[in-house]
Design a protein around this ligand. Structure first.
Ligand code: DTR
Ligand code: CA
Ligand code: ZN
Ligand code: ZN
Length: 465
């Protein structure tokens, strides 16, 4: 760097080329600086920036978002699709048969369109290939993962609409509701659709076995939904974990619907591999081939002396083999559990603008400077499309490196230096996926001038949530 480089302070000096050497050194310093996390210079004499008052409508703050109603018509539409798939594939959706993979592709297509990060996990059991579908909702704390899942395979004897199209469709519609709400929960949400459950929870076991211990430890709970629309329904809640059990019991208590502990299910569905791995599990069940007692019929309605699902593992487990009320209530109970357990209370993106208009001088070829914006009063995480509007006056914008710093210090690079970009000023709008960061806190714009000569200042910048 030429030590006696002239300090350019005039707002728009005549264009002047910079020596490549000066630039290269500057760039090297930047790279090193970025790697080392340069100390930022204190704000200028203008004093610590006081964030501008939010300049637009106040955001629709809600202390805790109530879970949405899950439209049971949507859930039944998914069941109709699964029925059609079974009808087009020898009447079933069993492991190793084309109807299973077609079911998986249907669900994956819906999730991909809704913004999920999906992946198929392939495994082999009983000599045939199976797949799990894992869908992650971007954002949330990666160290606290809440999972919900259902097995997607049927027995080979029939289409498996209650067992377990009902659970698969209810979980799918909840995942779509999360997307519709733009939920930004504290925890990271992950959904699973399992293969080969009917062969002995082979898909979910493969998933759990494949998880490194560190990843397994991040799963705060797994919620399982296997048969949630039985035609002669009972309302059973898994009692494996008190907190997860109470979330469901509280939901039904508000509806004045008594529940019973699911006693015959231990080890009989996909929660078993998670439980055996020490992960808290919970879930709902509306009953299979056991018969409803008179006492149960008294509290739940339906027919005493008849099975909860007389078509269990039979060819008659079709779209007609569903009790819509049970399916609706259980779908809504799943939403209540997800919103509650994932602390899904959040302020959805609402266009609130936070601005800092304090001018901050950028030292020529010097240390970084920062301009703060304090975001308060929001819940949950920042948006996946956080808008960052930058207005910097400078006589050679190629000198500038610009980063957005989240409250936890994570840097998002907005602009690199570019020695050939001799234009004035930076007046740009950047979009950053900050959905893994809490919204509230001190966000910073960090700027560094990495080449001698030419100077400028931060005029203002804005964040739109
Ligand atoms: N094994 C499940 C059905 C089943 C039977 N009992 C329970 C209890 C809890 C959940 C599921 C079940 C199946 O056939 O898929
Ligand atoms: Ca509903
Ligand atoms: Zn079954
Ligand atoms: Zn099942």
């Amino acid at each position: 760097m030429s030590p006696n480089a002239e300090r350019r302070t005039t707002p728009h000096p005549p264009r002047r080329s910079k020596s490549a050497w000066t630039r290269r050194a500057g760039l090297a310093a930047t790279a090193a600086g970025a790697a080392l996390g340069l100390l930022t210079a204190a704000p200028t004499a203008a004093g610590a920036a006081t964030p501008h008052r939010p300049t637009t409508h106040t955001s629709a703050h809600t202390a805790a978002l109530a879970a949405p109603d899950i439209p049971v018509a949507n859930v039944k539409a998914h069941l109709d699709q699964l029925q059609s798939i079974a009808s087009a594939n020898n009447g079933n959706r069993a492991h190793g048969r084309p109807g299973y993979r077609a079911s998986l592709d249907y669900i994956k297509g819906k999730l991909d369109a809704a913004g999920y990060t999906t992946r198929l996990q392939q495994f082999t059991t009983s000599g045939t290939t199976g797949w799990n579908l894992i869908a992650d909702w971007p954002g949330g704390d990666a160290n606290q993962v809440l999972m919900a899942g259902a097995h997607l395979d049927s027995v080979s004897a029939g289409p498996g609409i209650n067992d377990n199209g009902s659970g698969s469709a209810a979980v799918l519609e909840n995942a779509l509701a999360v997307s519709r709400a733009g939920l930004t929960p504290k925890k990271h949400l992950r959904f699973g659709w399992w293969g080969a459950e009917e062969l002995g929870m082979r898909g979910s076991q493969y998933y759990v076995n494949s998880l490194p211990a560190a990843e397994r430890a991040k799963i705060s709970g797994y919620l399982n939904f296997d048969m949630v629309g039985s035609p002669n329904p009972g309302y059973f809640v898994y009692d494996d974990n008190p907190e997860l059990e109470s979330v469901f019991k509280d939901f039904y208590a508000k509806l004045n619907i008594p529940t019973e502990i699911e006693t015959e299910g231990d080890g009989r569905s996909d929660h078993a591999p998670f439980k055996n791995a020490g992960i808290p599990v919970g879930g709902l069940f509306s009953g299979a081939d056991y018969r409803k007692t008179a006492a149960q019929a008294q509290k739940w309605g339906g027919t005493a002396g008849q099975p909860f699902d007389r078509c269990y593992h039979s060819s008659c487990d079709t779209s007609a083999n569903i009790n819509d009320t049970a399916l609706d209530r259980n779908s809504d109970a799943i939403a209540h559990a997800i919103w509650t357990l994932a602390a899904g209370s959040t302020t959805p993106p609402d266009g609130t603008v936070y601005e800092n208009t304090v001018d901050i001088t950028i030292p020529d070829n010097g240390p970084t400077v920062t301009s703060p914006i304090a975001v308060t009063g929001r819940t949950g995480n920042a948006p996946a499309a956080l808008k960052v509007e930058v207005d910097i006056k400078h006589s050679y914008r190629g000198d500038l490196v610009i980063d957005l710093l989240a409250p936890d210090g994570t840097a998002y690079r907005l602009k690199n230096a570019n020695s050939s970009d001799s234009a004035h000023d930076v007046k740009e709008t950047y979009t950053v996926d900050a959905s893994s960061k809490r919204a509230n806190g001190a966000w910073m714009l960090r700027v560094q001038d990495v080449a001698a000569q030419d100077t400028g200042y931060i005029d203002s910048w804005k964040l739109t949530f």
